[in-house]
Write a protein that binds this ligand. Sequence first.
Ligand code: HEM
Length: 142
Amino acid sequence: MPELKRKRDPLAPVPLHTSITENQISYLVDRFYIDIAKDARLGPIFLSRNNGEWGEHLAKMKLFWSSVLLKTGKYKGQPVVKHNAIDELKTSDFERWLVMFEKTAIEAFDKDAVPLVMQIARRIANSLWLAKVGKVGEAPPF
Ligand code: HEM
């Protein structure tokens, strides 16, 4: 009888944290956009687009966070192009987005996963900010 091994497949994607699940991601996205819709500044930026139709966006965001946090490769898209097209985006919007996102991440994920999720969210926010708002040599304030 050959010896059974439980080695990890070296080509298998490694989640950002082992506790993170698709259900948590689904909760994160649903909860986050309920809060965003109510926000005086960020709400109108979302609700004024896509004829207020956000079902498709939520589905896309679940694929995005699944790709980022679970490395599933489910999301295909161009976030930089999409955000660059939002004329009214300014630095304080990224700061507000991150504060709101952290509040939801604390609700959605295990305690140990939250700093990792926030690190990656901040990194992506940085690169969207650099593409949209940042000037040469400038660092984001968050
Ligand atoms: C500064 C605050 C932000 C605002 C107001 C904002 C707003 C929006 C809006 C209105 C869209 C839809 C664009 C469209 O369909 O034409 C969108 C798409 C998206 N946003 Fe943001 N966003 C913000 C920050 C972020 C951050 C920090 C992330 C990631 C960490 C992110 C990830 C995405 C992704 C993945 C999409 C989908 C792009 C696609 O269509 O493939 N956003 N955002």
